[in-house]
Each structure stands twice: as structure tokens, then as C-alpha cells.
Design a protein. Structure first.
Ligand SMILES: [Zn+2]
Ligand SMILES: [Zn+2]
Ligand SMILES: [Zn+2]
Length: 371
């Protein structure tokens, strides 16, 4: 009996913060890549546009510690709805034109920018002169022109696979309907019965009871589910359930780190983790009622009785069962009918007349006294 101790929602994961990384934006006027925190283009002085899209630099760096805490405290800047100037999140009026910033647009945050990696990056060729430059360089060290960036590969955020699941469901539904249809047709053929009048030739009964005794039995379960009186034979740690929160005995399983846009020019580097929790699973011994014998009696009269064994103090009677057999004679044929209905059996006096429902395979499916 594997029992799940606790289940948590499937698909929920813990998002773990690893730190922050500075993003960059490309100037729409001159194509220069600028650090995310810069408010104006380092090349042409143009403003960071309202619909700025922050991207990951080719060479990524993780910021942690106190500096990361300061970055985390920042809120996305607000662009003035009137003049477009970027203002700190706390400002109420534009520092450039004095307009009310309630009308302003707060920069978007929360989008996944892409997978985070600090792996070494190859040199980038200058689009103007072709000479190689370090990935972090913003200007060509040969000709001085801005090094525009080719778009990075698509983010690593995996799309869930839901392909053709609905198609499978439709096929399954069609199959079930078809099978049910066949069963109905077959059932219709075999359920057809005909009535026959017969007389009881003989009747018999068989009774059976199970004798149980208290005996040690071996079982296994999670330690917290062990019943009172269990004698533990041995335990091992086993995977019990998946949790979205850290647990005392658990293996952390984390996905690829990725960067989430904070709207401040920085991105938070996070990782989605789940915790595979382990718990003690124990074999134990306990006294329990166990089947030790089966006693039967049979007779061909109309007074069925059960065996009546002498019980010792650690014994008891378990399940009881009686089966009655009535043999009919009808149109020169012999039909045997089995039932657990004692009152029906007691009416089956030899020579009495009964109506039998016989199916296409010659089996008696129902009997009733003929009056
Ligand atoms: Zn520029
Ligand atoms: Zn303004
Ligand atoms: Zn160049």
C-alpha cells in the first residue's frame, strides 16, 4: 500500500533569485548598444524611447550582494506622458516639464528576457570594418563605429507541449462509443431469454466460513502512518512527494537560470526549483487477524447450517458465505440454478412448479415459483 503523505499542486514551482544582471538597450537613432541604466544614448545623446526593449548583453554578468539589494529596491521608471522624459518611480511630477506623472507610462516589467549564462562569449565582428571585438565592447576598437548587436537566440522559457491531446481525446471518445455500441448489440443477442416451466428435482446447499487468528504479519508504510503496536523491522528513505517549498529532507531540482526584466534596465536572474521530498518508509510487523482455515458444510435438505467451530481466545470467525443449488427438470432437460437467496431456496420443495428464464446459451438466469 503506497500511500501519498501529502500532495502539492502540480506545476507550481519555487522561483529562486540568484541575483541581478544589467541589461542593455539599442538606440533607435544610431544603433548603439547602451547599458540598461543609461537614460540617454552614450553615442548620440538621444533619449531612451518609451517603448524601450531591454535585452541581454552578449556577455552577461551576475550582480549579487549589497549592490543586488539596491537594484532590487528600484521600481520601474516612469516616462512623462507629455515630454517623454524618464523619471524615477517615486516622482509625482516630471522633472523636465513639471507635468503630472499619473498620466505617465511606467515601464513594463516581468517579461522573461532569456536564459542567463556567464559562459565565455566569442569575439564579435564589427559590422563596419569586420575586425573582431570582445562581446562586451560597445565601439569597434579599430574603426570606432558602434557595435550593433545581432538578435540573441529565443528565450529558454519552454512552451508547454499540448499538441494533439484534444485529438486523442476525440479518438478515445469515438472508440468508447463504438465499443459500447457493440456490447449493446451482443448483449441484446445473449440477453434474450425464453420462459420454461419446470419442476424441482433436487436442492442442495453449501455453507462456508473463514476461521481467523491473531498472527504477526509483515507490512510496509511511511513512518508517520505506522499503526500503534507496530514493531519496526527496517526503514529506508524513499521519494514521497514533490513540494514547491524547501523541505528538511529533499533534493532540490532546478531549471536553467533565466533573466526577468525589472523595467529598470536591470533583470533579476531567477531559477525555478522544485523539491523532491524523501521520507522514511518502513517494514514492520504487527499482530492482525489472519485467515487460518476455511470450514465448509453441505447438505441436500432444505435446512442449511453453518459450521460451528470451537474458538480459542485468539481466534474469530471471519467471512460467512452460503450457496444454494436448485436442479430443475423441464421438457426433458435438466437445469441447475445457483443462488445466495436463502428464502428462494427454502421455497424450492422437490416436485414444486417453477417458471425458469433460460437464455440463448441454455443458462437459467432467473427463477420464480409458478402459482
Ligand atoms: Zn544613439
Ligand atoms: Zn515631462
Ligand atoms: Zn570597426
Amino acid at each position: 500500500m503506497n500511500k501519498v503523505i501529502k500532495k502539492t499542486g502540480v506545476g507550481i514551482v519555487a522561483r529562486k533569485s540568484l541575483g541581478y544582471t544589467q541589461l542593455e538597450w539599442t538606440c533607435p537613432r544610431c544603433g548603439t548598444r547602451n547599458p540598461g541604466a543609461e537614460k540617454v544614448c552614450l553615442s548620440c545623446g538621444g533619449p531612451q524611447p518609451e517603448d524601450v526593449k531591454f535585452e541581454q548583453p552578449l556577455e552577461q554578468e551576475l550582480i549579487s550582494g549589497e549592490e543586488a539589494q539596491q537594484i532590487a529596491a528600484r521600481k520601474p521608471d516612469i516616462h512623462c506622458g507629455f515630454c517623454g522624459t524618464r523619471n524615477p518611480a517615486e516622482a509625482e511630477t516630471c522633472r523636465q516639464c513639471g507635468a503630472d506623472l499619473k498620466e505617465g507610462v511606467q515601464r513594463k516589467a516581468g517579461e522573461v528576457v532569456g536564459a542567463f549564462s556567464t559562459a565565455a562569449v566569442e569575439d564579435v565582428a564589427c559590422p563596419a570594418c569586420g575586425s573582431p571585438n570582445p562581446a562586451a565592447a560597445r565601439y569597434c576598437r579599430t574603426c570606432g563605429s558602434p557595435l550593433t548587436k545581432t538578435p540573441p537566440p529565443a528565450p529558454a522559457a519552454a512552451a508547454p507541449k499540448t499538441r494533439s491531446r484534444s485529438a486523442m481525446l476525440v479518438i478515445a471518445a469515438v472508440l468508447i462509443v463504438a465499443i459500447l455500441g457493440c456490447l449493446l448489440v451482443i448483449g441484446g443477442v445473449f440477453n434474450r431469454t425464453s420462459e420454461v416451466v419446470g419442476t424441482v428435482e433436487s436442492a442442495g446447499w453449501q455453507t462456508r466460513l473463514v476461521l481467523e487468528a491473531l498472527q504477526p504479519v509483515e507490512r510496509a508504510d511511511w513512518r508517520e502512518n505506522l499503526p500503534g503496536g507496530a514493531q519496526v523491522l527496517g526503514c529506508e528513505y524513499r521519494f514521497a512527494f514533490t513540494s514547491d517549498e524547501p523541505q528538511p529532507v529533499a533534493t532540490e531540482v532546478c531549471g536553467t537560470p533565466y533573466t526577468v526584466d525589472q523595467g529598470t534596465g536591470f533583470g533579476e536572474v531567477v531559477q525555478d526549483c522544485v523539491y523532491q521530498v524523501y521520507a522514511e518508509y518502513c517494514r514492520y510487523s504487527i499482530l492482525d487477524w489472519t485467515e487460518v482455515d476455511t470450514l465448509t458444510l453441505s447438505g441436500s435438505d432444505s435446512n442449511p447450517v453453518f459450521p460451528q467451530p470451537q474458538l480459542s481466545s485468539d481466534q474469530r470467525i471471519g467471512s460467512r458465505q452460503a450457496v444454494y443449488q436448485i436442479v430443475f427438470r423441464a421438457d426433458g432437460e435438466t437445469y441447475t440454478y445457483e443462488t445466495s437467496d436463502e428464502s428462494l431456496f427454502r421455497q424450492a420443495q422437490p416436485g414444486s412448479r417453477w417458471i425458469l428464464d433460460v437464455n440463448s446459451r441454455g443458462r437459467v438466469v432467473r427463477v420464480q415459483p409458478s402459482r
